[in-house]
Each structure stands twice: as C-alpha cells, then as structure tokens.
Write a protein of this length. Sequence first.
Length: 116
Amino acid sequence: MTLNIKSKEDVIKRLAEKSEFERSVLVATFEIPKGKVSTYRRIAEKIGRPYAYRAVGNALHKNPLAPIVPCHRVVKSDGEIVGRDEEAIGSKRLLLEEEAVPLEGKRVKISKGILF
C-alpha cells in the first residue's frame, strides 16, 4: 500500500484517530523542511503548548507516518539525537546526514541557519 501524502491536509486526514495534541505535533513536524531541524521545545512552542516538550517527544515516539512526518528532524535543545535505542539513534543520524545536516557525533551542530 502506498501512502499518497503530499500536503498538510493529507497528513491531518491520515491522523484522524489521533488526539488534537498529537495531530498538532505531527503536522508541525511535517512542516520542517529537509536539511533543517527543530527541537522538542520549539515544536511545543509552535503549537501553543510551550511547556509540553516531553509530551511532544511522546507524540513523536508514536509517529505512524515516519518518515513522511520526519521525526528524525526533531532533536533536544542541545542538538542531541535521541531515540528508543542505539539503532533508532543511528537511523535518525543517517537520515540527517543524507539531508546534509551538520553533525558532530550524536549531535546536530545547532545554529540559526539550521533551526526551523
């Protein structure tokens, strides 16, 4: 089965069973362009829930549309790439590397030019 998801509206339709909060997080993440990253805190702020950054992480952990909704582009405020295990972290790192995101070990080199 091929997912034909090209727009924000397509993402919203596919996430109808998710809570409003989860949909907001996943749509905000969908909008991060290739080669850019955001942080859990910035996503929380973008959706109007500035202190819900841990909940943002939980919502992304349950992302049913990865990599269409690019949760690999969301990192900790210090640039650390996190995941459920070393394999997940390695996969995220590889995807970021393919997008020419500047990396140093398990961290994104955070700068104004890289943040979305």
